[in-house]
Write a protein that binds this ligand. Structure first.
Ligand code: ATP
Ligand code: MG
Length: 424
Protein backbone atom coordinates (compact mmCIF):
# COMPACT_ATOMS: atom_id res chain seq x y z
CA UNK A 1 0.00 0.00 0.00
CA UNK A 2 1.35 3.41 -0.97
CA UNK A 3 1.87 5.83 1.91
CA UNK A 4 1.41 9.59 1.82
CA UNK A 5 4.73 11.24 1.09
CA UNK A 6 5.90 14.65 -0.02
CA UNK A 7 6.85 13.43 -3.48
CA UNK A 8 4.92 10.90 -5.43
CA UNK A 9 5.18 9.21 -8.80
CA UNK A 10 3.70 10.94 -11.83
CA UNK A 11 0.11 9.78 -12.33
CA UNK A 12 -0.02 6.61 -14.39
CA UNK A 13 3.74 6.02 -14.14
CA UNK A 14 4.27 3.68 -11.25
CA UNK A 15 7.12 1.34 -12.22
CA UNK A 16 7.25 -2.08 -10.58
CA UNK A 17 8.58 -3.09 -7.17
CA UNK A 18 11.21 -5.71 -6.26
CA UNK A 19 8.58 -8.23 -5.10
CA UNK A 20 6.90 -8.02 -8.52
CA UNK A 21 9.98 -8.15 -10.66
CA UNK A 22 10.80 -11.83 -10.44
CA UNK A 23 7.59 -12.43 -12.34
CA UNK A 24 8.30 -9.61 -14.80
CA UNK A 25 11.77 -10.95 -15.48
CA UNK A 26 10.55 -14.53 -15.94
CA UNK A 27 7.89 -13.42 -18.42
CA UNK A 28 10.34 -11.25 -20.37
CA UNK A 29 13.05 -13.91 -20.41
CA UNK A 30 10.55 -16.47 -21.59
CA UNK A 31 9.52 -14.43 -24.62
CA UNK A 32 13.08 -13.34 -25.40
CA UNK A 33 14.18 -16.97 -25.34
CA UNK A 34 11.43 -17.89 -27.81
CA UNK A 35 12.36 -14.91 -30.02
CA UNK A 36 16.01 -15.94 -30.11
CA UNK A 37 14.98 -19.43 -31.17
CA UNK A 38 13.11 -17.86 -34.13
CA UNK A 39 16.24 -15.90 -35.08
CA UNK A 40 14.95 -12.50 -33.97
CA UNK A 41 17.66 -10.00 -33.03
CA UNK A 42 17.40 -7.31 -30.39
CA UNK A 43 17.48 -3.64 -31.36
CA UNK A 44 17.76 -0.98 -28.62
CA UNK A 45 15.94 2.19 -29.49
CA UNK A 46 15.94 5.67 -27.99
CA UNK A 47 13.00 6.60 -25.81
CA UNK A 48 12.79 10.01 -27.47
CA UNK A 49 12.38 10.68 -31.21
CA UNK A 50 11.59 13.75 -33.27
CA UNK A 51 7.83 14.30 -33.05
CA UNK A 52 7.44 14.30 -36.84
CA UNK A 53 8.21 10.58 -37.00
CA UNK A 54 5.15 9.76 -34.90
CA UNK A 55 2.88 12.36 -36.53
CA UNK A 56 3.72 10.94 -39.93
CA UNK A 57 3.48 7.24 -39.12
CA UNK A 58 0.81 6.83 -36.44
CA UNK A 59 -1.30 9.44 -38.23
CA UNK A 60 -2.50 12.97 -37.44
CA UNK A 61 -6.07 11.75 -36.88
CA UNK A 62 -5.18 9.00 -34.40
CA UNK A 63 -5.95 9.37 -30.69
CA UNK A 64 -2.27 8.92 -29.94
CA UNK A 65 -1.16 11.93 -31.99
CA UNK A 66 -4.26 14.00 -31.24
CA UNK A 67 -4.19 13.79 -27.47
CA UNK A 68 -1.82 11.22 -26.00
CA UNK A 69 1.73 12.16 -26.89
CA UNK A 70 4.21 13.58 -24.41
CA UNK A 71 5.79 16.15 -26.71
CA UNK A 72 8.04 19.03 -25.74
CA UNK A 73 10.39 21.52 -27.31
CA UNK A 74 14.03 21.02 -26.36
CA UNK A 75 16.57 23.80 -25.72
CA UNK A 76 17.36 23.85 -29.40
CA UNK A 77 13.74 24.49 -30.36
CA UNK A 78 13.21 20.96 -31.74
CA UNK A 79 9.90 19.19 -31.08
CA UNK A 80 10.61 15.83 -29.43
CA UNK A 81 8.27 13.12 -28.17
CA UNK A 82 8.54 10.34 -25.59
CA UNK A 83 7.81 7.30 -27.76
CA UNK A 84 4.15 6.18 -27.56
CA UNK A 85 5.02 2.98 -29.45
CA UNK A 86 8.08 1.29 -30.92
CA UNK A 87 7.44 0.63 -34.60
CA UNK A 88 8.07 4.16 -35.90
CA UNK A 89 11.44 4.43 -34.12
CA UNK A 90 12.41 0.93 -35.20
CA UNK A 91 11.68 1.78 -38.84
CA UNK A 92 13.60 5.06 -38.49
CA UNK A 93 16.61 3.18 -37.06
CA UNK A 94 16.47 0.48 -39.74
CA UNK A 95 16.45 3.07 -42.55
CA UNK A 96 19.10 5.29 -40.97
CA UNK A 97 21.49 2.40 -40.28
CA UNK A 98 20.95 0.77 -43.64
CA UNK A 99 19.66 -2.44 -42.05
CA UNK A 100 17.14 -2.97 -44.82
CA UNK A 101 19.77 -3.60 -47.49
CA UNK A 102 20.87 -6.82 -45.81
CA UNK A 103 19.36 -10.09 -46.97
CA UNK A 104 15.69 -10.13 -46.12
CA UNK A 105 13.85 -10.84 -44.02
CA UNK A 106 15.18 -8.96 -41.05
CA UNK A 107 13.65 -9.99 -37.73
CA UNK A 108 13.95 -7.53 -34.85
CA UNK A 109 12.64 -7.18 -31.32
CA UNK A 110 12.82 -4.37 -28.80
CA UNK A 111 11.76 -3.89 -25.25
CA UNK A 112 10.99 -0.97 -22.99
CA UNK A 113 8.68 1.74 -21.74
CA UNK A 114 6.15 3.55 -23.92
CA UNK A 115 4.33 6.74 -22.95
CA UNK A 116 0.76 7.80 -23.64
CA UNK A 117 -1.27 10.45 -21.88
CA UNK A 118 -4.32 8.25 -21.31
CA UNK A 119 -6.75 8.01 -18.39
CA UNK A 120 -4.96 5.71 -15.94
CA UNK A 121 -7.07 2.73 -14.89
CA UNK A 122 -6.68 -1.01 -14.50
CA UNK A 123 -4.51 -2.24 -17.39
CA UNK A 124 -3.95 1.27 -18.73
CA UNK A 125 -0.98 3.32 -17.57
CA UNK A 126 0.75 6.40 -18.92
CA UNK A 127 4.09 4.64 -18.81
CA UNK A 128 3.66 1.03 -19.84
CA UNK A 129 6.01 -1.59 -21.20
CA UNK A 130 6.05 -3.54 -24.41
CA UNK A 131 8.11 -6.11 -26.20
CA UNK A 132 7.72 -5.37 -29.90
CA UNK A 133 8.55 -7.56 -32.90
CA UNK A 134 9.07 -6.42 -36.48
CA UNK A 135 9.78 -8.46 -39.62
CA UNK A 136 11.06 -6.37 -42.53
CA UNK A 137 11.21 -7.62 -46.12
CA UNK A 138 8.71 -10.49 -46.05
CA UNK A 139 5.78 -10.23 -48.50
CA UNK A 140 4.24 -13.56 -47.65
CA UNK A 141 1.64 -14.16 -44.94
CA UNK A 142 4.15 -16.65 -43.53
CA UNK A 143 5.50 -13.59 -41.70
CA UNK A 144 2.18 -12.87 -39.96
CA UNK A 145 1.84 -16.57 -39.20
CA UNK A 146 5.30 -16.66 -37.66
CA UNK A 147 4.31 -13.87 -35.27
CA UNK A 148 1.20 -15.84 -34.33
CA UNK A 149 3.03 -19.10 -33.62
CA UNK A 150 5.55 -17.21 -31.50
CA UNK A 151 2.79 -15.77 -29.34
CA UNK A 152 0.88 -19.01 -29.24
CA UNK A 153 4.03 -20.65 -27.87
CA UNK A 154 4.48 -17.78 -25.40
CA UNK A 155 0.94 -18.11 -23.99
CA UNK A 156 1.39 -21.88 -23.58
CA UNK A 157 4.72 -21.44 -21.86
CA UNK A 158 3.04 -19.11 -19.35
CA UNK A 159 0.01 -21.36 -18.94
CA UNK A 160 -2.36 -18.70 -20.31
CA UNK A 161 -5.28 -20.36 -22.07
CA UNK A 162 -8.17 -17.89 -22.03
CA UNK A 163 -6.83 -15.86 -24.90
CA UNK A 164 -8.34 -15.42 -28.35
CA UNK A 165 -6.77 -14.36 -31.60
CA UNK A 166 -8.90 -11.90 -33.54
CA UNK A 167 -7.99 -11.19 -37.14
CA UNK A 168 -9.15 -8.92 -39.94
CA UNK A 169 -8.03 -7.63 -43.31
CA UNK A 170 -8.04 -3.87 -43.90
CA UNK A 171 -7.51 -4.41 -47.63
CA UNK A 172 -5.41 -1.93 -49.59
CA UNK A 173 -5.57 1.85 -49.64
CA UNK A 174 -8.26 2.00 -52.36
CA UNK A 175 -10.37 -0.64 -50.63
CA UNK A 176 -10.34 1.47 -47.49
CA UNK A 177 -11.19 4.68 -49.36
CA UNK A 178 -14.31 3.03 -50.81
CA UNK A 179 -15.27 1.76 -47.36
CA UNK A 180 -14.64 5.12 -45.71
CA UNK A 181 -17.21 6.70 -48.05
CA UNK A 182 -20.05 4.43 -46.93
CA UNK A 183 -18.90 4.57 -43.32
CA UNK A 184 -19.00 8.37 -43.45
CA UNK A 185 -22.60 8.21 -44.71
CA UNK A 186 -23.52 5.77 -41.96
CA UNK A 187 -22.07 7.83 -39.11
CA UNK A 188 -23.38 11.09 -40.62
CA UNK A 189 -26.87 9.60 -40.40
CA UNK A 190 -26.24 8.93 -36.70
CA UNK A 191 -24.31 12.11 -35.95
CA UNK A 192 -26.63 12.96 -33.02
CA UNK A 193 -25.14 9.95 -31.16
CA UNK A 194 -21.55 11.09 -31.69
CA UNK A 195 -19.55 13.18 -29.23
CA UNK A 196 -17.63 16.23 -30.42
CA UNK A 197 -14.48 14.06 -30.42
CA UNK A 198 -16.09 11.43 -32.63
CA UNK A 199 -17.54 14.09 -34.94
CA UNK A 200 -14.02 15.31 -35.40
CA UNK A 201 -12.95 11.74 -36.26
CA UNK A 202 -15.85 11.55 -38.72
CA UNK A 203 -14.31 14.53 -40.53
CA UNK A 204 -10.67 13.40 -40.35
CA UNK A 205 -10.80 9.57 -40.46
CA UNK A 206 -14.08 7.74 -39.72
CA UNK A 207 -12.21 4.41 -39.41
CA UNK A 208 -10.93 5.70 -36.08
CA UNK A 209 -14.49 5.65 -34.69
CA UNK A 210 -14.48 1.85 -35.09
CA UNK A 211 -11.62 1.67 -32.58
CA UNK A 212 -13.74 3.38 -29.89
CA UNK A 213 -13.96 1.90 -26.38
CA UNK A 214 -17.23 3.73 -25.57
CA UNK A 215 -20.02 1.13 -25.03
CA UNK A 216 -22.64 3.37 -26.73
CA UNK A 217 -20.45 3.74 -29.80
CA UNK A 218 -19.64 0.02 -29.80
CA UNK A 219 -23.42 -0.61 -29.93
CA UNK A 220 -23.79 1.79 -32.85
CA UNK A 221 -20.85 0.21 -34.66
CA UNK A 222 -22.51 -3.20 -34.59
CA UNK A 223 -24.97 -1.86 -37.20
CA UNK A 224 -22.31 -0.16 -39.32
CA UNK A 225 -21.34 -1.47 -42.77
CA UNK A 226 -18.37 -3.81 -42.61
CA UNK A 227 -15.06 -3.61 -44.40
CA UNK A 228 -15.09 -7.20 -45.66
CA UNK A 229 -17.51 -6.23 -48.44
CA UNK A 230 -14.98 -3.76 -49.79
CA UNK A 231 -11.68 -5.57 -49.85
CA UNK A 232 -10.08 -6.49 -53.18
CA UNK A 233 -9.69 -10.03 -54.48
CA UNK A 234 -5.96 -9.87 -53.82
CA UNK A 235 -6.38 -8.86 -50.17
CA UNK A 236 -9.11 -11.45 -49.76
CA UNK A 237 -6.84 -14.18 -51.17
CA UNK A 238 -4.04 -13.20 -48.77
CA UNK A 239 -6.48 -13.25 -45.87
CA UNK A 240 -7.64 -16.73 -46.91
CA UNK A 241 -4.02 -17.90 -47.11
CA UNK A 242 -3.40 -16.54 -43.64
CA UNK A 243 -6.43 -18.32 -42.21
CA UNK A 244 -5.39 -21.59 -43.87
CA UNK A 245 -1.90 -21.30 -42.44
CA UNK A 246 -3.27 -20.62 -38.97
CA UNK A 247 -5.41 -23.74 -39.22
CA UNK A 248 -2.43 -25.77 -40.42
CA UNK A 249 -0.39 -24.78 -37.37
CA UNK A 250 -3.35 -25.40 -35.07
CA UNK A 251 -4.08 -21.83 -33.99
CA UNK A 252 -7.73 -20.98 -33.41
CA UNK A 253 -8.89 -17.54 -34.45
CA UNK A 254 -11.98 -15.37 -34.71
CA UNK A 255 -12.64 -13.12 -37.68
CA UNK A 256 -13.60 -9.66 -36.46
CA UNK A 257 -14.51 -7.40 -39.35
CA UNK A 258 -14.64 -4.32 -37.10
CA UNK A 259 -11.01 -4.66 -36.00
CA UNK A 260 -9.18 -1.66 -37.49
CA UNK A 261 -6.37 -0.81 -35.00
CA UNK A 262 -5.72 2.70 -33.74
CA UNK A 263 -2.64 3.49 -35.81
CA UNK A 264 -2.80 4.71 -39.41
CA UNK A 265 0.17 2.80 -40.79
CA UNK A 266 -1.58 -0.57 -40.90
CA UNK A 267 -2.95 -2.05 -44.09
CA UNK A 268 -3.93 -5.58 -45.13
CA UNK A 269 -3.86 -8.09 -42.25
CA UNK A 270 -4.30 -6.91 -38.65
CA UNK A 271 -4.73 -8.93 -35.47
CA UNK A 272 -5.22 -8.70 -31.73
CA UNK A 273 -4.89 -11.29 -28.97
CA UNK A 274 -7.62 -10.55 -26.45
CA UNK A 275 -8.75 -12.02 -23.16
CA UNK A 276 -11.93 -11.94 -21.10
CA UNK A 277 -9.95 -11.85 -17.86
CA UNK A 278 -8.74 -8.24 -17.79
CA UNK A 279 -11.99 -6.26 -17.88
CA UNK A 280 -12.22 -3.41 -20.38
CA UNK A 281 -8.51 -3.41 -21.24
CA UNK A 282 -8.76 -6.72 -23.05
CA UNK A 283 -6.04 -6.47 -25.74
CA UNK A 284 -2.82 -8.15 -24.71
CA UNK A 285 -0.89 -8.14 -27.97
CA UNK A 286 -1.69 -6.42 -31.25
CA UNK A 287 -0.25 -5.62 -34.63
CA UNK A 288 -0.44 -6.15 -38.36
CA UNK A 289 1.10 -5.47 -41.76
CA UNK A 290 2.36 -2.01 -42.70
CA UNK A 291 3.98 -2.31 -46.12
CA UNK A 292 3.83 1.43 -46.88
CA UNK A 293 5.43 2.84 -43.73
CA UNK A 294 9.09 2.36 -44.59
CA UNK A 295 8.56 4.21 -47.89
CA UNK A 296 6.63 6.97 -46.11
CA UNK A 297 9.49 7.51 -43.69
CA UNK A 298 12.01 7.85 -46.53
CA UNK A 299 13.28 4.28 -46.99
CA UNK A 300 12.93 2.17 -50.10
CA UNK A 301 9.62 0.33 -50.25
CA UNK A 302 9.94 -2.72 -47.99
CA UNK A 303 7.15 -4.93 -46.77
CA UNK A 304 6.77 -5.15 -43.00
CA UNK A 305 4.72 -6.79 -40.28
CA UNK A 306 4.94 -6.30 -36.55
CA UNK A 307 3.20 -6.44 -33.24
CA UNK A 308 3.69 -5.53 -29.60
CA UNK A 309 2.70 -7.20 -26.37
CA UNK A 310 1.64 -5.13 -23.36
CA UNK A 311 3.67 -6.56 -20.49
CA UNK A 312 1.59 -5.09 -17.63
CA UNK A 313 -1.41 -6.97 -18.96
CA UNK A 314 0.53 -10.25 -19.30
CA UNK A 315 1.84 -9.83 -15.74
CA UNK A 316 -1.69 -9.25 -14.47
CA UNK A 317 -2.95 -12.37 -16.26
CA UNK A 318 -0.20 -14.45 -14.66
CA UNK A 319 -0.77 -12.92 -11.20
CA UNK A 320 -4.52 -13.36 -11.38
CA UNK A 321 -4.30 -17.05 -12.11
CA UNK A 322 -1.21 -17.59 -10.00
CA UNK A 323 0.48 -18.91 -13.10
CA UNK A 324 4.21 -19.19 -13.21
CA UNK A 325 5.41 -20.16 -9.79
CA UNK A 326 8.74 -18.54 -10.47
CA UNK A 327 11.53 -20.74 -9.15
CA UNK A 328 13.74 -18.63 -6.95
CA UNK A 329 17.50 -19.07 -6.63
CA UNK A 330 18.34 -21.01 -3.46
CA UNK A 331 19.35 -18.50 -0.84
CA UNK A 332 21.69 -18.53 2.17
CA UNK A 333 22.06 -15.80 4.76
CA UNK A 334 25.70 -15.22 5.72
CA UNK A 335 26.50 -13.59 9.06
CA UNK A 336 29.28 -13.24 11.60
CA UNK A 337 28.93 -13.70 15.34
CA UNK A 338 30.50 -10.30 15.87
CA UNK A 339 31.17 -7.18 13.77
CA UNK A 340 34.94 -7.65 14.30
CA UNK A 341 34.84 -10.58 11.83
CA UNK A 342 33.00 -8.74 9.09
CA UNK A 343 36.07 -8.33 6.83
CA UNK A 344 36.83 -12.08 6.96
CA UNK A 345 33.14 -12.68 6.35
CA UNK A 346 33.20 -10.61 3.17
CA UNK A 347 36.25 -12.47 1.80
CA UNK A 348 34.76 -15.85 2.66
CA UNK A 349 31.49 -14.93 1.05
CA UNK A 350 33.31 -14.05 -2.19
CA UNK A 351 34.94 -17.51 -2.16
CA UNK A 352 31.50 -19.11 -1.72
CA UNK A 353 30.15 -17.08 -4.63
CA UNK A 354 33.03 -18.34 -6.82
CA UNK A 355 32.24 -21.93 -5.87
CA UNK A 356 28.43 -21.69 -6.03
CA UNK A 357 27.40 -19.18 -8.70
CA UNK A 358 23.79 -20.45 -8.70
CA UNK A 359 23.18 -19.77 -5.00
CA UNK A 360 22.13 -16.35 -3.70
CA UNK A 361 24.21 -15.32 -0.66
CA UNK A 362 22.70 -12.47 1.36
CA UNK A 363 25.59 -11.01 3.30
CA UNK A 364 24.75 -9.38 6.62
CA UNK A 365 26.46 -6.01 6.57
CA UNK A 366 24.80 -4.65 9.68
CA UNK A 367 26.43 -4.23 13.05
CA UNK A 368 23.50 -5.71 14.92
CA UNK A 369 23.63 -8.22 17.75
CA UNK A 370 23.83 -11.91 16.89
CA UNK A 371 20.25 -12.35 18.09
CA UNK A 372 18.87 -9.70 15.77
CA UNK A 373 21.01 -11.00 12.88
CA UNK A 374 19.42 -14.42 13.36
CA UNK A 375 15.97 -12.80 13.32
CA UNK A 376 16.87 -11.10 10.05
CA UNK A 377 18.11 -14.42 8.65
CA UNK A 378 14.77 -16.01 9.55
CA UNK A 379 12.81 -13.29 7.77
CA UNK A 380 15.04 -13.37 4.71
CA UNK A 381 13.45 -16.51 3.24
CA UNK A 382 16.93 -18.08 3.15
CA UNK A 383 17.10 -21.85 3.49
CA UNK A 384 19.95 -21.71 5.99
CA UNK A 385 22.21 -19.28 7.83
CA UNK A 386 25.97 -19.55 7.47
CA UNK A 387 27.54 -18.37 10.70
CA UNK A 388 31.17 -17.34 11.03
CA UNK A 389 32.98 -16.60 14.31
CA UNK A 390 36.42 -16.97 15.87
CA UNK A 391 36.35 -20.77 15.78
CA UNK A 392 35.21 -21.04 12.17
CA UNK A 393 37.90 -18.60 11.04
CA UNK A 394 40.62 -20.56 12.85
CA UNK A 395 39.42 -23.94 11.56
CA UNK A 396 38.45 -22.76 8.05
CA UNK A 397 34.92 -24.14 8.49
CA UNK A 398 31.36 -22.87 8.26
CA UNK A 399 28.52 -23.36 10.70
CA UNK A 400 25.36 -23.99 8.71
CA UNK A 401 22.04 -23.63 10.51
CA UNK A 402 18.96 -24.76 8.55
CA UNK A 403 16.11 -22.25 8.87
CA UNK A 404 13.23 -24.03 7.16
CA UNK A 405 13.36 -27.46 8.79
CA UNK A 406 14.29 -29.04 12.08
CA UNK A 407 17.65 -30.39 11.00
CA UNK A 408 20.44 -29.66 13.46
CA UNK A 409 23.10 -27.14 12.60
CA UNK A 410 26.35 -28.56 11.32
CA UNK A 411 29.93 -27.58 10.87
CA UNK A 412 31.33 -28.25 7.39
CA UNK A 413 33.94 -26.93 5.03
CA UNK A 414 33.09 -24.87 1.99
CA UNK A 415 33.11 -27.76 -0.49
CA UNK A 416 30.66 -29.77 1.66
CA UNK A 417 28.07 -27.01 1.68
CA UNK A 418 26.14 -28.15 -1.37
CA UNK A 419 25.84 -31.74 -0.10
CA UNK A 420 24.64 -30.49 3.26
CA UNK A 421 21.98 -28.37 1.59
CA UNK A 422 20.81 -31.33 -0.49
CA UNK A 423 20.25 -33.12 2.78
CA UNK A 424 23.02 -35.69 2.68
P1 ATP B 1 -5.85 -0.51 -26.40
O1 ATP B 1 -6.86 -0.99 -27.37
O2 ATP B 1 -5.89 -1.26 -25.09
O3 ATP B 1 -5.84 0.98 -26.20
P2 ATP B 1 -3.86 -0.17 -28.38
O4 ATP B 1 -4.58 -0.64 -29.56
O5 ATP B 1 -3.76 1.29 -28.17
O6 ATP B 1 -4.46 -0.86 -27.06
P3 ATP B 1 -1.21 -0.89 -29.29
O7 ATP B 1 -0.80 0.47 -29.61
O8 ATP B 1 -1.47 -1.81 -30.41
O9 ATP B 1 -2.45 -0.85 -28.28
O10 ATP B 1 -0.16 -1.56 -28.26
C1 ATP B 1 0.00 -2.96 -28.14
C2 ATP B 1 -0.32 -3.45 -26.74
O11 ATP B 1 0.25 -2.59 -25.76
C3 ATP B 1 -1.80 -3.45 -26.40
O12 ATP B 1 -2.42 -4.59 -26.91
C4 ATP B 1 -1.78 -3.42 -24.89
O13 ATP B 1 -1.56 -4.72 -24.38
C5 ATP B 1 -0.58 -2.57 -24.59
N1 ATP B 1 -0.98 -1.19 -24.26
C6 ATP B 1 -1.32 -0.19 -25.11
N2 ATP B 1 -1.59 0.94 -24.43
C7 ATP B 1 -1.40 0.65 -23.12
C8 ATP B 1 -1.50 1.41 -21.91
N3 ATP B 1 -1.81 2.71 -21.91
N4 ATP B 1 -1.23 0.79 -20.73
C9 ATP B 1 -0.89 -0.53 -20.69
N5 ATP B 1 -0.76 -1.29 -21.80
C10 ATP B 1 -1.02 -0.71 -23.00
MG1 MG C 1 -4.93 2.57 -27.11
Amino acid sequence: MAIKSKYHAVRGMTGSLPKENLLWRTIEDDLIQILSSYSFQEIRLPIIEYSGIFNRSIGESSDIVQKEMYSFTDRNGESLTLRPEGTAGCVRAAIENNLLSTSAPLRLWYHGPMFRYERPQRGRQRQFHQIGLEIFGADSVLAETELMVIFSRFWSSLGISDITLQINSLGNQEDRQAYIKVLTDFFSNHSSKLSEHNLQKLRSNPLRILDSKDPEIIKLISDAPTLDNFISDEARARFTDFKNLLSMVGINFKENNKLVRGLDYYSDIVFEWTTESLGAQNAVCAGGRYDDLIGQLGGKHTSAVGCAVGLERVVELCEQKELLKTPKMPKLFVLSTDAQYSKELLVLCEKLRDMYPKICFELDISERSLKSKMKKADKSEAEAAIIIGQQEIEEGTLTVRPLRNSRAQKSCNMSELEDFLKGS
